[in-house]
Design a protein around this ligand. Structure first.
Ligand code: BDP
Length: 671
């Protein structure tokens, strides 16, 4: 080939790469400009980052970074800060360098949103001390419930090769105030605590440190046996306690600011203290003692349930409430937001509020295990805000978000899934922010601040999670997902030999009388785990909010709901509404073409198309299946099914629990 021609191709592809809008820049897309005047007398790695960010991105008047020791600043805590504008300059103030870095990102965010920065008088402090991401990343590079490619952590290449993405990851987190990361899956390999891996972890910790991000590890309770060769992992055994102490010492000699451990114990087959007749508190405290001298913490998960008990929704409470007050003060019990498992909608877990003498943290799932993986647009801030309607942020010590981040170019698979990472961080900093303002912030920074784009797309985002609830499992239905991968519908699922509480029929309880799980006082009595006033509401068929109706009640098909429709008709109507909403999102998105680059426009359009089709699949699967019990007709306005139940029952997606199905794997009808 002619050399000139080759050069031309190279230059062209270089240019395309340079200008490609591939989503890799997340919400941090401001173009660098002429160097602004940034003044600061302190020098440190964290300050260097703050300076560099401002110097290259800030366009306004001179900025000064200043450490303060006055009462007002001290009140804002170690991570709090102020931003104040005077005639000649903007002063960013904090008692710490970390606070100054957060202030710098705040100022840049205001600029990106096009806010008026002439008269700023801001004082900020985070609501929670612990604001961590939980990566369910395995050491072989797969990510449990991860739908954005493989793990960011290149374990095989570390420590010698260091990906540029580690720093970009830290920067993105710091820009929204996330201050910790648990690197590995809660179903933890013991290998993570081997000296070989700890050295790799050290390299990551060194990169994250100047961004204020502490590293934590998920640990396997049986590590002293599998890694240390001991014959037991009994937390009351002295050798076991000694083994953990030594391991912790080794970790801190490499990583002096190591955050601590996250533990999934006696849950879904993981080892734990109960294997030795000990309690969760005894297990957690043994580890807490080892970490205490170094300031480390234990985040001990309350995600436990066993097949023997009646109602899975009650089990975490039954196991943990009696342990209230028995945990050492550097243990935080980490409780999933709902009592079962990250469903599109759950009532809050009654453990919140039931353990006044134990520090608690809430675990949210940012990755969309149960909300269409990275194929569906589902903005989750509205779901997390719903949780805070019932649970006061003041009652929590921290929050954890199960990350949706992988090595995909755009980090999260779906361009709009980035909004969930962003919103998780923003709400971890300030749970009082509204979902709407966070959506607006994110849209303006990620696409354009043009109101003709921001307004309609904010509405789409605000409606999106409810749409998923409507087309997947409205009115309090839950866990009617396909076996194992949890992508599509499979309310009929039977797996021979499977635990009953892993099968949809356990949750929907459909029969010829009606539908739903009776958790009222005359049923499993899960309602009684809530405070009296709420238990009374949830217990009553009339008072129970309809979004939780089938969570708490088994309801007759003919029962009349607030709309005047019967349960059956309302169910049909809700599914239809979910389908209609997604079609509406498609229409709105199509009108956004002038405001969005071609690449991201097409990527989102393609996924919305999958979502619209999936919504019909869900509607047909669930309604056709439940109709075999109700024997009722579809009411007017609800589309006739396009899929046949018989066909849908044959659908088996060839994916594992760390893959998102591609369009060609999904059942499809041109509707
Ligand atoms: C469920 C997931 C499973 C996790 C488990 C957990 O299906 O992959 O291991 O939660 O949180 O949501 O431990």
């Amino acid at each position: 080939m002619n050399k000139k021609y080759l050069l031309g191709i190279c230059l062209l592809s270089f240019g395309l790469t340079l200008f490609a809008e591939d989503g890799s820049k997340l919400w941090l897309r401001q173009a660098s400009c002429e160097k602004a005047s940034v003044c600061c007398s302190i020098s440190s790695p964290t300050i260097a980052i703050a300076r560099e960010e401002l110097a290259s991105l800030w366009r306004g008047k001179a900025v000064e970074l200043q450490l303060f020791a006055d009462e007002a600043h001290r009140k804002l805590g170690k991570e709090g800060y102020t931003i104040r504008t005077s005639d000649e300059k903007i002063v960013l103030g904090s008692t710490t360098e970390q606070g100054l870095l957060y202030a710098a990102y705040h100022l840049l965010r205001l600029q990106a949103e096009g806010a008026d920065c002439t008269r700023l008088d801001i004082a900020e402090e985070p609501a929670f001390d612990v604001r961590v991401l939980n990566h369910w990343d395995n050491l072989d590079g797969t990510i449990e419930r991860g739908y954005a490619g493989k793990s960011l952590w290149q374990w095989d290449e570390l420590s010698d090769t260091v990906s540029a993405r580690y720093q970009e990851y830290a920067r993105a987190n710091a820009s929204v105030g996330i201050n910790g990361t648990v690197l590995n899956n809660v179903n933890a390999s013991v290998k993570i605590l081997s000296s070989e891996y700890l050295e790799k972890v050290r390299v990551l910790a060194d990169i994250f440190r100047p961004y204020g991000i502490k590293v934590y590890l998920s640990v396997n309770f049986a590590s002293p046996m599998q890694l240390g060769g001991l014959s037991t992992a009994d937390p009351l055994n002295e050798e076991v306690a000694e083994w953990w102490k030594k391991k912790v010492h080794e970790i801190y000699s490499l990583i002096p600011d190591f955050g601590g451990f996250l533990v999934k114990a006696n849950s879904e087959g993981q080892p734990g203290p109960c294997d030795y007749g000990r309690t969760h508190a005894e297990g957690a405290n043994m580890m807490a003692r080892a970490l205490k001298p170094y300031g480390g913490i234990v985040m001990w998960r309350a995600f436990v349930y066993s097949p023997s008990d009646a109602d899975r929704a009650k089990q975490a409470y039954l196991e943990f409430k009696p342990l209230d007050g028995k945990f050492l003060d550097n243990v935080i019990v980490q409780v999933k937001n709902g009592p079962i498992d990250f469903q599109p909608r759950e009532p809050y877990s009654p453990l919140f509020g039931a353990m006044p003498h134990t520090p608690l943290m809430a675990e949210f799932q940012v990755t969309q295990e149960y909300l269409g993986h990275s194929n569906h647009l589902a903005y989750l801030a509205t779901m997390w805000k719903e949780f805070y309607r019932y649970v006061s942020p003041a009652s929590l010590k921290g929050v954890a978000g199960v990350a949706n981040i992988g090595d995909d170019t755009n980090w999260c698979g779906h361009d709009f899934a980035q909004a969930n990472w962003y919103a998780y961080g923003r709400l971890a900093w300030n749970p009082l922010l509204s979902s709407e303002e966070i959506a607006k912030e994110w849209l303006a920074q990620t696409f354009t601040s043009d109101p003709k784009f921001v307004e309609p797309m904010t509405q789409v985002m605000m409606d999106s999670r409810e749409a998923v609830v409507d087309y997947m499992m409205p009115l309090g239905l839950h866990h009617i997902f396909a076996w194992s991968h949890h992508y599509g519908p499979e309310p009929w699922c039977e797996v021979s030999g499977a635990r009953a509480d892993w099968l949809p029929s356990y949750y929907h309880q459909a029969d010829k009388k009606g539908l739903g799980f009776d958790r009222s006082r005359s049923g499993s009595d899960a309602v009684s785990q809530y405070p009296d006033s709420l238990a009374h509401v949830f217990n009553s068929l009339e008072l129970c909010p309809e979004e939780f109706l089938l969570w708490f009640h088994h309801v007759d098909w003919n029962h009349s709901l607030k709309s005047g429709r019967t349960l059956w008709d309302e169910l049909c109507y809700k599914y239809q509404q979910g389908v209609d909403k997604v079609r509406e999102f498609q229409k709105v998105w199509n009108q956004m073409k002038p405001y969005v680059d071609e690449e991201r426009f097409q990527a989102v359009a393609k996924r919305l198309d999958i979502q619209a089709n999936d919504a019909v699949w869900w509607k047909d699967a669930c309604l056709e299946y439940f109709r075999t019990y109700s024997h009722m007709k579809y009411p007017e306005g609800v589309e006739a099914p396009v899929f046949k139940l018989k066909e849908l029952k044959k659908v088996k997606l060839p994916i594992s629990n760390y893959e998102c199905p591609s369009a060609d794997m999904l059942p499809r009808k041109n509707s």
